[in-house]
Design a protein around this ligand. Sequence first.
Ligand code: 3H9
Length: 722
Amino acid sequence: MATMLDEPTQTASAVRMDIADGLAVIRLNDPSRPVNVISAGLLAEMTAILERLEDGEAGVRAAVIISEKKGTWIAGADIEEFKHFITPADAEAASRAGQEMLNRLERLDIPVVAAIDGAALGGGLETALACSYRIATDSPKTKLGLPEVQLGIIPGAGGTQRLPRLIGLRAALDLMLTGKQLDGRRAMKTGIVDEVVPAPVLLSVASRVALELADRTRQAKAGRATGSPERLENLLPMRRLIFSKARQGVMDKTKGLYPAPLRLLRVVERGIDKPIEQGFALEAQAFGELAVTPEARSLVHVFFTSTAAKNDPGLQSQAKPKHVDQIAVVGAGFMGAGIAAASAESGIRVRLKDVKLEAAAKGLKTARQSLKKRAERKRMKKYEVTKLLDRVQPTTEYTGFAASDLIVEAVFEDLELKHRVIREIEAATRGGIVLGSNTSTIPIARLAEAASRPDHVIGLHFFSPVEKMPLVEIITHAGTADWVTATAHAYAKKIGKTPIVVNDAPGFYVNRILSPYMAETALLLQEGVRMEELDEAMTEWGFPVGPVTLYDEVGLDVAQKAGKIMAAAFATRMTPSDLIDRMVAGGRLGRKNAKGFYRYDGDGKKGGPDESAYAVFGTPPKKTMPAEEIQERLGLAMVNEAVRTLEEGVLRSARDGDVGAVFGIGFPPFRGGPFWFVDTTGAAEVLRRLRALEQRFGGRFAPARMLEEMAADGRRFFPEGA
Ligand code: 3H9
């Protein structure tokens, strides 16, 4: 495969230039790709166009760059090509090639207007930064950002140098360290774009502006991104403070496990007051070194696997999804309200039902609070906020349910209650409506037993808190109709979630692999390992929270109930210690009643470990265990179980397993997910380590059969270089 450095193969044109009345309109539309990306081909075509403009193409006084691809302007560098970087020098050369093209764009002596409708991300935004003027549309698809750190790299086409010079250090660091994406309005507020217009007038406004800039009857507000604006943050002590705070923030968040953000800070800090060319050189070198790290390779894997899962409902047939414009949610608790808010935010009308008016009103309040926060962040206008909030309507009756496209039941985790609710929903509706259950433990086939239309029933397992957690686990039972799966998948995608479709089995996928991990945690506590040691070991391994904290967050009563269901199904591996029973019997339910493994203050803020808990569960802390040993026991318990789910057909692919673990549990993204972990560690090595654990602790660590087979044949889950 070609990379940005190779001679491009001759394919249909991705860039077209039309010239009329002194204006060149450069149109981007790569026919071979779903989105425009800066590939070897596009780079070569852009360079050829720049040469024509440098040579003074007849009468051209100004130019506009616009995309003809719906939904994207430029989605950045071609991430596929990253897989072909073998050495740092390969990646550094690609960065220099990108920088060179954009430097030539910037040095043209005609004004160039970036007319942005859709995503301008990574190298896309870097292209816009090299233009003289930027106009974005107010479309919800328009988003601008430099998400490179999420791929384990840094912007490599000038972004680390141009963005701080354009919008200031603090704002630029915030964008580059978080990878956050701004819509047109917020990009204007931040100073990245000069103007925001509705999409239908984009080309006409951009054309007029380009010619006015050429005639000098207009000046860019944001301007070219090479100036050094006079700002308070140009003072050295202020800068030092900004960098040291940013570095601290990165360390707090990542524990230093991700090299890219730290390297980004160094590149910006060293480049900021040097001539910009020196900054570009630092950037290219860092890009080169980072792009071939194991962390970057894993994060690129996470990007491709999650995108593929989003685009694959996993059907054997061609069943089409139904449009979902209106839904109903039964159960206005924390989960129900979260589902309602996430749906309303994506333009879906929601009826939120509970048995009592007070409960429905409470759910409505929770949903509204979450929506108001979102609206503030998006700087919505007042009328837009009103429209958004009005999308959620509380009810105590099933009225209006028949007009829904999809219904989610999110009532208490009790089979009888759920059966009753399913019967009531069916009585109030006709066929053709998806009936999703947000159960986390009850088999979907058992739920469907109560339905007269069991083929309409499907699991829609959301994670808490819904607004933050990106995964939706969709569970089909043997009789689920394909159109139902397709619709559930499309709905999850519409509300901005990443879905995986799995088969019905106790714990489905996510709770199934969490279960031996949590059971092992209880056993370690039982052995006398301190709670905070366990948590620290696992956050150092890369989980966002440690397992003891997770017990408190989930609720010990909930964990106890789930633990029993899992133990009944997989007794040899998941029999929990009775420690959790004793905690629950001692009135310790976790964060929800401010009493668990940890202490909580009056506002529910978590404090240190609650030493009195040791007396409740009956084992005083007595030993210190090396973090590696804790990580080995907990990490491998989860990885081994993940492989078993694939072996048993609960998972349809290793890809879904990695997506589910990273997005549902927070399995360290820089490790790529359990299956990528096996591939990068080597199946034979994972097998050897599991066998060692099995010898010490017995059958619960018995390796999955599939691992043994893979180790014997030298197989991998993902092809080399995937
Ligand atoms: C970068 O720019 C580095 C530079 O600083 C320096 C370089 C020197 N490359 O998500 P979708 C594919 S790093 C290759 O379903 P949507 C995607 O895999 C880059 N492929 O669409 C999928 O393929 P398939 C920084 C890409 O409308 C198809 O396009 N940029 C790329 O929901 C459709 O994608 C980013 O990190 C790419 N850059 O969302 C942005 N982008 O059909 C990454 C997409 O075979 N991209 N594909 O499954 C996105 O965030 C979303 O794809 C986007 C569209 C918002 C653009």
